[in-house]
Design a protein around this ligand. Structure first.
Ligand code: AR6
Length: 231
């Protein structure tokens, strides 16, 4: 890497340390002990237009519920910018509830480059998918499929062709994928969240009773999937 990209990496790492209070643990404690780390985006809150306050409550509630079952494994909520409203809201609510900040924290960066550019050791990522589990479409889905290459499309197809709202599917990432090589990612968990955008399929027309229920189910499916990898 050029010296300018090294500087960028250092700057990103420092920015994360400063504004996001990240405590990055080594991924390897001993020769075989890995600190399993799931990096996940906020499901449904951008293209699917889900309310941020309600989503942040659900993320914190579900993280609190699953942490005791996850041993030393970590849950990391990721977004692209330091101005992210969902990261601020989750961070504030998690700290009010005294949740262990070494095992559940927020991190700023592109979810496909958190190791190479942010210095975070992670091995599993969640994708805010579409119901057809297709690449493209913008947002984090487009970024993950692009970075993972065709390996992810093929591996996804062997597991599922479609996904229902509230469900998740765990896809082992072949070691030939650039995401496996460059970032150390071994699994992608596709999650389909509730949709409040009238221009997307299955819009819930502002029905937040159903929407919150489906978002809770989505995080339950995601964290159960992560748990199955950790165990
Ligand atoms: N790294 C980290 N976070 C990201 C990245 C990235 N590269 N890109 C976006 N985010 P969205 P949704 C954040 O819209 O609302 C797709 O087209 C973003 O800021 O990706 O569940 C699918 O095909 C936000 O906080 O997902 C579906 O059709 C979060 O990721 C639909 O959008 C989720 O934003 C799903 O919509």
């Amino acid at each position: 890497p050029s010296s300018s990209s090294n500087e960028a990496t250092e700057a990103t790492r420092k920015a994360n340390e400063k504004t996001e209070n990240v405590r990055v643990l080594p991924a390897k404690l001993g020769s075989s002990d890995i600190v399993y780390t799931l990096a996940f985006p906020s499901i449904s809150t951008a293209d699917f237009q889900f309310d941020l306050e309600k989503a942040s409550d659900i993320i914190v509630e579900k993280a609190e519920e699953f942490l005791p079952r996850l041993g030393t494994a970590r849950l990391v909520l990721v977004d692209l910018s330091h101005g992210s409203k969902i990261l601020s809201a989750v961070k504030a609510k998690a700290s009010r509830k005294n949740i262990d900040a070494a095992r559940f924290f927020t991190f700023v960066g592109d979810i496909t480059k958190l190791h190479s550019e942010g210095g975070l050791n992670y091995n599993v990522i969640a994708n805010a998918a579409n119901w057809r589990l297709k690449p493209g479409g913008g947002g984090v889905n487009a970024a993950i499929f692009k970075a993972a290459g065709t390996d992810l499309e093929a591996a996804t197809r062997t597991r599922a062709n479609t996904l229902l709202p509230g469900k998740a599917v765990v896809v082992p990432l072949p070691s030939t994928s650039p995401l496996h090589n460059a970032e150390g990612i071994t699994h992608v968990i596709h999650v389909l969240g509730p949709n409040m955008n009238p221009n997307r399929p299955n819009c819930l027309n502002n029905d937040y009773t159903k929407g919150c229920q489906t978002l809770r189910e989505a995080y339950t499916s995601l964290f159960e999937g992560f748990l199955s990898i950790v165990q």
